[in-house]
Design a protein around this ligand. Sequence first.
Ligand code: PHE
Length: 338
Amino acid sequence: MNEQIASIQTAALELIAAASDVRSLDDARVAVLGKKGTLSLAGALIKDIPNEEKAAFGQSLNSARAAITEALEGKQQALQEIADNAALSGIDLTLPARALPTGSLHPLTLIRDEAIRILRRMGFALADGPEIEDEYHCFDALNTPADHPARNEKDTFYFDSGKLLRTHTSSVQIRTMESSAPPIRIIAPGSAYRRDEIDATHLSVFNQLEGLFVDSDVTLPDLKGTLEYFLREMFGTSTEVRFRPHFFPFTEPSFEIDVKLQIKGQAPRWIEVAGCGMVDPAVFESINATRKDNALDPEKVTGFAFGMGLDRLAMIRWGIKDIRLLIENDVRFLRQFA
Ligand code: PHE
């Protein structure tokens, strides 16, 4: 091998061996193989060499380059390994992983989703309406006269504009019938607001699930069968359900529905979970007037409606004695539903 090249190679290998980190190895690479590196400059001399020696010179040049490149790669790997080990030192890879805290669904969400699943199986589709309502959709169209107590300032949150926070989800009945024609079979879960005194069974915001079924021959037994089936799916087949005659301006006849609740260690008692009834023909009439057609002809269509308290359903399901637990979001309470 050409002596000059041999000595360049030896010097290069020493330089590489001496490199103590990635940066000094890079410097060595540039010093030897870079444009002005020792080997590159030696290679440029080939043009001054007599022709018969050119081949041998080229060969030693190539073998030197190969040896140097190999040394550079080997050293690069070794340095990387050292750097990796240093980065990992002090970390105990055998320690168990830290558990990530996971959340869970709120009991009200659980009960709402379950109610939706049961009613969907019976053909009810989801509907929706605004929580900030006008008096027409919340009261007038529901046959509720201006002097009805529910419309009182004491009981309802009014805005200066005259709009209000809906006192029940029944307004969705009206909005649905305004925009679609029978057969109608919808449910509408959502919040409702009343200026109630807050105690263990009342909040000023609570959750309802409205239902409406309008078709050509919907009867009271359909209403009873649907709601009894629903409540027994919800609470078990032996659940006692009672329909108590009541009055709502927008249904006739009307009922309140009670479920027998047995909290451990207490005497069983009836708890009201829903209001319901057959849609009053006066409601159909006022919607026809808005629609300017007779799509809900009281001579041809009948319907039933119900409004359930989702908070109540949750309280019965889990024996919760104070409704306030449902909005306080105390993790010790919520954790039980995880
Ligand atoms: N909207 C009534 C309430 O909030 C419940 C209800 C709904 C009654 C539908 C009859 C029909 O008390």
